[in-house]
Write a protein that binds this ligand. Structure first.
Ligand code: PEP
Length: 251
C-alpha cells in the first residue's frame, strides 16, 4: 500500500476557535504516529489559524475548495496561490455537497483540478453515485463519467499527485458506510478507468484511491485490506479528536 492518507473534512461545522482547538487536540493524539499522512481541511476562514496550530507537527493542511483562475475579478472566490501562501498542500475538489448545492459541474471540477496541479496543490477529487443512480443500476456509469470528465487531458509528471476519493453520495453523513465488497468493486472500476487515461507506472507513482462515507473508528478495518486502498476522507467522525485519531491508528 502507498503511504495511507487520512483526510478530515470539517465542512462548515466549526468556527475559527473551535477549529484551532480541534486541530491542537488531534495533533496531541497523533503524536508518534508514523508512515501515515494526516490532513485537516477546515473552512477557508480557519485555514490561517489552523495552519499556525499544526505548523510544528506532521499534520498537513488542506482546503475544501479553490477557484479555477489564478487571479482576477472573481468576487468571493479563493485563489490557489493564496491557499499555498496559507500553507495548504491539498484541496478537496468536486465534493458531492458542492455538486448538489452549488451546482458545480464536471467542467468546473476539471478546471479546479488543473489549477491545483499547476500550483503544486494536491487535488482530492471526489466521485460517487447518488442514491437514484444506484437504485437505477447506473453507479458504474456515474463514477466512470465523473472520472473521465474530471481527468481527461491532464498531465501527471514530476511531483504532481492526485487523490481519488470514492464517496457514494448516499453514504455521506448517513451513518451507513458502503459495504466494503462494493467499495472494492468501485476501486477496481476507478483503477480500470484511470488506465484509460494513463499507464500503470504513472498511476502507481502519482495517484492514490481512498474511500469516504460514514467512516468511523469501528468500521475502518473493514476497508483497509481492499486492493487499491490508500486511505479515507472523513466528515462527521473527523469532528471528534478521539474518533478521528482512532481511525488514523486503525490503518
Ligand atoms: C464527506 O463529507 O466527505 C464525508 C465522508 O462525510 P461523512 O464521513 O460524514 O460521511
Amino acid at each position: 500500500m502507498p503511504t495511507p492518507i487520512i483526510i478530515a473534512n470539517w465542512k462548515m461545522s466549526l468556527g475559527v476557535s473551535a477549529s484551532v482547538k480541534l486541530a491542537l487536540s488531534v495533533s496531541h493524539k497523533v503524536i508518534g504516529v508514523k508512515n501515515k499522512e494526516v490532513v485537516l481541511c477546515p473552512s477557508f476562514t480557519s485555514l490561517g489559524r489552523v495552519g499556525e496550530a499544526i505548523a510544528k507537527t506532521s499534520i498537513k493542511l488542506g482546503a475544501q475548495n479553490v477557484f479555477w483562475q489564478e487571479i482576477g475579478a472573481y468576487t468571493g472566490e479563493e485563489a490557489p496561490g493564496t491557499l499555498r501562501e496559507l500553507g495548504c498542500q491539498y484541496v478537496i475538489v468536486g465534493h458531492s455537497e458542492r455538486r448538489q448545492n452549488i451546482y458545480e459541474t464536471d467542467e468546473m471540477v476539471h478546471n479546479k483540478i488543473r489549477v491545483c496541479l499547476q500550483n503544486k496543490l494536491v487535488p482530492i477529487v471526489c466521485v460517487g453515485e447518488t442514491y437514484v443512480e444506484r437504485q437505477g443500476g447506473y453507479s458504474n456509469d456515474a463514477v466512470f463519467y465523473q472520472l473521465i470528465k474530471a481527468l481527461s487531458g491532464l498531465t501527471l509528471s514530476g511531483s504532481r499527485q492526485l487523490i481519488i476519493a470514492y464517496e457514494p453520495v448516499w453514504a455521506i453523513g448517513s451513518g451507513h458506510a458502503e459495504d466494503p465488497i462494493e467499495v472494492g468493486k468501485a476501486f477496481r472500476l476507478i483503477h480500470r478507468t484511470l488506465h484509460d487515461l494513463w499507464p500503470e507506472r504513472i498511476i502507481k507513482k502519482h495517484i492514490r484511491i481512498i474511500y469516504g462515507g460514514s467512516v468511523d473508528a469501528r468500521n475502518t478495518r473493514r476497508f483497509t485490506q481492499l486492493e487499491f486502498f490508500s486511505g479515507f476522507l472523513v466528515g462527521t467522525s473527523s469532528l471528534k479528536a478521539e474518533e478521528f485519531a482512532g481511525i488514523i491508528k486503525a490503518i
